[in-house]
Design a protein around this ligand. Structure first.
Ligand code: C2E
Ligand code: CA
Ligand code: CA
Length: 722
């Protein structure tokens, strides 16, 4: 590459020597560096080695057809400006041009043979190369088509499906594809769906068309999933879904949905993998009937999306009434978001509405980065549009999916490694959470898992002795691809896990519930998971709790340890304590657990420093801290609040348990004083306050109460702990 001059390069593929040489001469006269091949093999070799700026491509060749060459170019991410040459009819050229554009190639134009040198020159210089699918040379068919044509086209399999990727707004990871129908009419060229879908709807061909699209798309989708699995991109295809457009007119046809379900079964897919996109039309105006039908579909497991939201008939009333799982923001707002404040206002209110109704929101028609960033900032879930990818031909879409997954996985791993937590020793801040979860959910095993290239590694492994397993066994591999909690009520009944070595052997997992742990940018680095050796369940309230606990674990993952720990004792410092205690109290209130806050002050510590030196004072503080760690439970928060002040929060502890703890503390300090070689005795004052979940106080109030109790205790007993 470094040896490149400024001379523009043209690479020609044409099976006709004469045509090729003519093109070559014209271009060379214009100062181009030109190579010309009659066979695709040589052409592709040069493409790779020589990196041309322009390509002239004959569409009809004996060895390989031009459309195949285009697909291949797209797969190699070719950025050259492409001129298509051919002697075939204009409409086929148009179709090919459209296909090139859909592949995301830069198509300059079409050169119809015979051509004049001027025509060729104008293409060489005239255009930058436009990636638009409706760029002039590839304009869509305008000949009229009839319903009879469409019926025949369905029979002759002239229709095909293209796939437009849908990605997570925050992480850019693949969440699915939308199947979009195309019709390559033999004479009229490529007919856009906006022309043939209404035709199908009014001539009773729509169900046939839907079934046609569904069959082709599900077949493709099943293959993609297999390839993702086989390609070892580090990801499982669990969470990606296929969206298919369903005309409202089809809703009444329950036989159609039975056949769709059957078609899913044939490909080992479930309705869960499908999103049915419905546009509100007048046909859906029988509210009772559509509610029935949609509810039944949702109960079968299909996800339902309300398409083109914000336009036409779709309204808030429909949304609240009908069992949709997704809103699809209409592209008319999205495409104008950058320049129109009004559009942004509409978008924002739709996203907010979706969130408040618990619906996922997808924006389609995203064409620029500003719009994508805006959508991400306001909390839109998924993104679709030319900026991410155009609708792609099947093979190209498959390649796109694999590449997207590879890239997401490397971004994820980068985030994981940046935490610098892998292979570090166990830490109380994580063990505290697993302990808490163990008590709340009453399961024997709770893990904080991090998933790296080759293994799952446990930052906290309560109830388990192993510290890691190979990645292919990890349930976590599945979980991190889920937007939400992965629940496996009984592993023996789940084909994904029933033969897993962790199920058939130690630790004999029967029940699993895992929640992804994400870092700030949304990438999942691991999971918080609950495991039992017998089948189990988790109701929605418990799922909310697990999610909340996962948030606490996420905070720990990203915490700046230096900033929240006391360097002398390695206990939490005041700041670290306050944030964690606030979360813990909130959790306690939700769980209706009581909690106790203890305030401890060492007596006359200043005189120890003054009389025995700071080194000895520090040593005493460290020993005292170690003693606290032994006396209190793993799930308690222990902090050095300031110089000689310590604070503890015992979660799920009633008054008796708090009193018991003070007794244990009194014994422990007596032992410490006996065993240590200090030339002084440590004494302390203590006060405590307890949280009443029915009438909860906040952290500051509890601290104030414990502090004042401590003072009154001290005044009563002069340093004797009570
Ligand atoms: P739709 O469901 O709203 O599909 C999205 C349309 O927006 C697609 O047009 C897609 O190519 C286009 N699009 C996606 N991203 C962008 C972008 O960034 N910029 C712009 N300008 N356009 C973008 P397409 O494929 O022409 O489909 C048009 C409509 O035809 C679809 O609108 C859908 O309502 C209907 N349709 C397509 N395939 C089917 C099908 O199989 N069944 C049914 N019932 N309707 C279909
Ligand atoms: Ca759609
Ligand atoms: Ca739409």
């Amino acid at each position: 590459m470094s040896s490149r001059t400024d001379t523009l390069r043209l690479l020609i593929l044409d099976d006709n020597e004469m045509t090729g040489q003519t093109l070559q001469r014209i271009a060379e006269r214009e100062g181009f560096d030109v190579r010309f091949s009659t066979v695709p093999q040589q052409f592709f070799q040069w493409l790779d080695e020589w990196n041309p700026d322009h390509i002239a491509l004959d569409l009809v060749m004996p060895e390989m057809d031009g459309v195949q060459v285009l697909a291949e170019l797209a797969q190699r991410n070719c950025r050259a400006c492409i001129i298509i040459t051919s002697g075939v009819g204009g409409r086929i050229l148009e179709a090919a041009g459209r296909s090139a554009a859909e592949h995301g190639l830069r198509l300059t134009g079409v050169l119809q043979k015979p051509f004049t040198p001027a025509e060729f020159r104008s293409l060489l210089f005239g255009s930058e190369g436009s990636p638009s699918p409706v760029s002039a040379p590839a304009r869509q068919a305008t000949l009229p088509v009839s319903a009879a044509d469409l019926a025949a086209g369905l029979q002759r399999k002239e229709l095909f499906v293209v796939y437009q990727p849908k990605v997570d707004c925050r992480t850019g990871s693949l969440v699915g594809f939308e199947a979009l129908a195309r019709w390559r009419h033999p004479h009229a060229g490529l007919v856009p769906p906006d022309r043939f879908i209404p035709l199908a709807e009014t001539h009773d061909l729509i169900d046939e068309l839907t079934e046609y699209v569904m069959a082709e798309a599900l077949h493709w989708f099943a293959q993609v999933r297999q390839q993702i699995q086989a390609n070892n991109t580090g990801c499982t295809p669990q969470s990606i879904r296929l969206s298919v457009n369903i005309s409202a007119r089809s809703l009444e046809n329950s036989a159609l949905f039975e056949r769709i379900e059957q078609c899913c079964n044939n490909h080992e897919l479930t309705p869960e993998h499908l999103v049915l996109e419905l546009t509100e039309t007048s046909a859906m105006q029988d509210p009772v009937a559509s509610l029935d039908i949609l509810t039944r579909l949702r109960m079968k497991g299909f996800h339902l999306s309300i398409d083109d939201f914000g336009t036409g008939y779709s309204s808030m009333v429909q949304l609240v009434r009908l069992p949709f799982s997704e809103i699809k923001l209409d592209k008319s707002f999205v495409m104008t978001a950058r320049r129109s404040q009004e559009s942004r206002t509409v978008i924002k209110s739709i996203v907010d509405l979706g969130r408040s109704l618990g619906l996922k929101c997808t924006a389609e028609g995203i064409e620029d980065n500003d719009t994508l960033n805006y959508l991400r900032d306001i909390g839109c879930d998924a993104a679709q549009g030319y900026l991410i990818a155009r609708p792609l031909m099947a093979e190209h879409a498959t390649q796109w999916a694999l590449e997207c997954m590879r890239q997401s996985e490397s971004r994820r791993l980068l985030d994981l490694h940046n935490l610098h937590l892998l292979d570090t020793p166990p830490e109380q801040r994580f063990d505290r959470l697993t302990k808490l979860a163990q008590r709340v959910f009453n399961v024997p095993i709770v893990l904080v898992v991090l998933l790296d290239e080759h293994r799952q590694w446990f930052k906290s492994n309560l109830g388990l002795t192993m510290r890691e397993t190979p990645r292919h066994m990890a349930f976590c591999t599945h979980t991190i691809n889920y937007q939400d909690i992965l629940l496996v009520p009984d592993t023996l009944k789940d084909p994904r896990f029933q033969h897993n070595p962790l199920v058939t052997g130690e630790p004999h997992i029967r029940f699993y519930a895992g929640c992804p742990l994400r870092v700030a940018n949304g990438n999942a680095v691991g999971t918080l998971c609950l495991i039992d050796r017998k089948p189990g369940a988790l109701n929605t309230e418990d799922q909310d709790l697990l999610r909340d606990m996962a948030h606490l674990a996420e905070k720990e993952l990203q915490a700046d340890i230096q900033a929240i720990t006391d360097s002398l004792t390695s206990l939490l410092n005041r700041r670290g304590f306050e944030s964690r205690a606030t979360d813990t109290l909130q959790l306690s209130i939700r769980l209706r657990h009581s909690a106790a806050l203890l305030f401890i002050d060492l007596d006359q510590f200043k005189s120890i420093n003054d009389n025995h030196g700071h080194a000895m004072g520090d040593d005493a503080l460290r020993k005292f801290a170690d003693m606290l760690r032994q006396v209190f439970r793993e799930s308690d928060l222990i902090a050095r609040f300031g110089g000689d002040e310590f604070v503890l929060l015992m979660s799920n502890a009633d008054k008796q348990q708090a009193l018991d703890a003070t007794t244990r503390l009194r014994q422990a300090i007596a032992d410490l004083n006996r065993q240590s070689s200090f030339p002084f005795s440590l004494t302390y004052s203590i006060g405590w306050a307890s949280l009443d979940p029915d009438n909860p106080q906040d952290l500051q109030a509890l601290l104030a109460e414990a502090d004042s109790n401590m003072y009154s205790n001290r005044n009563q007993s002069h340093g004797r702990a009570t």
